[in-house]
Each structure stands twice: as C-alpha cells, then as structure tokens.
Design a protein around this ligand. Sequence first.
Ligand code: FES
Length: 100
Amino acid sequence: MGREKVATTEEIASGQGKLFSVGGRAIAVFNVSGAYHAIDNTCPHRGGPLAEGSLDGSVVTCPWHGWGFDVTTGECKLNDAVKQETFPCAVEGNDVFIDV
Ligand code: FES
C-alpha cells in the first residue's frame, strides 16, 4: 500500500476518533489536541471497535471491556505484552494522510 488521504482535519474533532477503511483494513484516526494518530481499529482483546472508544489525553478506552491503548504508540495500558499496530499519520494543509 502506501500513503492515502483519509479525511480533512475538520472531520475529526479534537478528542475524537473516526473509523476509516484503508487497503482493506479498519483504522481508527484520533485527534489528540490537534495531532492526528492512526491505530488499528480492532481491539486485540475480542475485536472491539477502538474508534468508538472514548479518548482521554492520548489513551483510548475500548468500548467493549475497557482496555486502554495509547494511540500515539499502540501501547496497551493493561498488558505490556500487547502492542496495537499504529500507522504514520501526516497533515498537509487541511488533509490527513496515513501510510498503511
Ligand atoms: S474487545 Fe476491547 S477490551 Fe475487550
């Protein structure tokens, strides 16, 4: 794959996330105080949708059973052995791009 435009900056409000399908993958893009971060949407616990989780700082909480993930690194807050895949995210003008 490669770089793909997924959204404009206005589409993802600060403190919010949104789901995108890129290259057949479900990817959640979060706006952390104006910085955009992309993470695999599918929770590694039981497949919950991270894009629907609530964001506190840079940590999203899975809506299904509450596992927390730092969207900037993919680190799981409950289990050091778990790391969620993240993707490079860039903003040019008003457009948000990710590399998948
Ligand atoms: S599916 Fe995400 S915490 Fe269980």
